[in-house]
Design a protein around this ligand. Sequence first.
Ligand code: URA
Length: 232
Amino acid sequence: MRLQKYLADAQVASRRKAEEMILEGRVSVNGEVITQLGTKVEDGDRVEVDGKKVHPADKLVYIMLHKPEGYVTTAKEQFGRPAVLDLVDCGYRVYPVGRLDYDTSGLLLLTNDGELTYRLTHPKHNVNKTYIAMVEGVPTEDEMKKFSSGLVIDDYKTAPAKISIIKKGKYTALKIIIHEGKNRQVRKMCAAIGHEVKYLKRVSTGKLDLGTLEKGQYRYLTEDEVEYLKSL
Ligand code: URA
C-alpha cells in the first residue's frame, strides 16, 4: 500500500495532507525518514509521524449520530465546549465526516475509514444534504429563485440549491438541499436572501435519513448503507 494511503487509513490526515507531511519529512518507515511519495509499506512496517507510531484500525466502524446543538464537531474540544466524540463510545477512534456547526443539530456520520471520509468530503463529491431551517419572515418567490440560481457568500458563488416552504408560523420552516459544504453555508445563504436562520437541522445525507434517531443517540450503519456510501 502506498504510504499516503496508509496514513489516510490510519486517520492521520487526508491523502493530500499526508502527501504534504511526507514531503515535509515528518514521516518515517522502519526508522528511515521518507520523502518519496510513491513509497510502499507492507504489513509489519513501523510507520511513524512526528516520531509517533501510527497504524490503520483493525476494524472499520461507521456511525450515524443525531448531533445535538451545543457540540463541536472538531475532534478536540475548543474553548471547553463539548465535542461530538464525547457522545460516541464505540471503542475506536472515529472522526466526523465533514462538520456541523456548534448550533446546528442533525445527521452526522462518524467513521475511522479515512479513505471514505476523504472521498465524501472532497469538493468534487456531490452528495445532497437536506436541512430543515426555521427562518425569520417568509421568503418570497423572487428570493427563493435567487437561492436556487446560486448566491454570493463570502466572495463565493454557491451552486444552485433547492428550497421549498414546508410551513408558515412564527418562523417559516424551509426544506433546503445543498451539495456543497462551505462554512455555515445554509445560514449564510438564508441571510443573503434576508432571512436569518433561527434553528437548523440536517435530516439527510444522500439517501441516509436521520429517521427516528433521538438527539444525542447514535447507531451503526447497516452494510447496505456502508456500501451505498462507498458507491457514491
Ligand atoms: N450549513 C450551515 O449553515 N451550518 C451547518 O452546520 C451545515 C450547513
